[in-house]
Design a protein around this ligand. Structure first.
Ligand code: MG
Length: 168
């Protein structure tokens, strides 16, 4: 069913890998940290939350349906490729993003210095100017699994337009 506007939200979380040496990647940015995140792909929780938000807005099944963690093709995959595939489904369905907003929930490390690069990566993958991409980082004041430094979570909302006359 074609709609003029569609909204979607997504959530993802990954645990820190304390034994295996892995890079920490969020929004396509490699962030220097003592631990990376565990996952079948590169465990980019921000890209995964965004991908799920877009799929949700389209009324499609979730990220795990298209990119199952049992599929060797996605082992260690760059999640930018996953998000690009999701963007292709969005285009096929006749939608484009108007804006996206995201929150990364992490006690550590400090993410503010990497936010501009994440916004740029998301903007270029989705065809949005940096001004239409929100990326915020927050701690949970040491509460819960993120607060204990066990992992990182991310939330995303997207607004899609089905009107081809709307500028991105
Ligand atoms: Mg994930």
């Amino acid at each position: 069913m074609k709609l003029p506007l569609r909204i979607g939200n997504g959530f993802d979380a990954h645990a820190f890998s304390r034994s295996e040496e892995r890079p920490l990647i969020l929004g396509g940015v490699v962030i220097p940290h003592r631990w990376g995140l565990v996952g079948h792909s590169d465990a980019d929780a921000l890209y995964h939350a965004l991908g799920d938000a877009i799929l949700g807005a389209l009324g499609r099944p979730d990220l795990g349906h298209y990119f199952p963690d049992t599929d060797p093709a996605w082992k260690g995959a760059d999640s930018g490729a996953i998000l690009r595939d999701v963007a292709r489904l969005m285009t096929e369905d006749g939608y484009r993003p108007l804006n996206v907003d995201t929150v990364i929930i992490a006690q550590e490390p400090r993410l503010a210095p990497y936010v501009p690069a994440m916004k740029e990566n998301i903007g270029s993958l989705l065809g949005l100017p940096p001004g239409a991409v929100g990326v915020k980082a927050t701690t949970t004041e040491h509460l819960g699994f993120t607060g204990r430094g066990e992992g990182i979570a991310a939330l995303a909302v997207v607004l899609l337009s089905g009107d081809e006359h709307d500028a991105p």
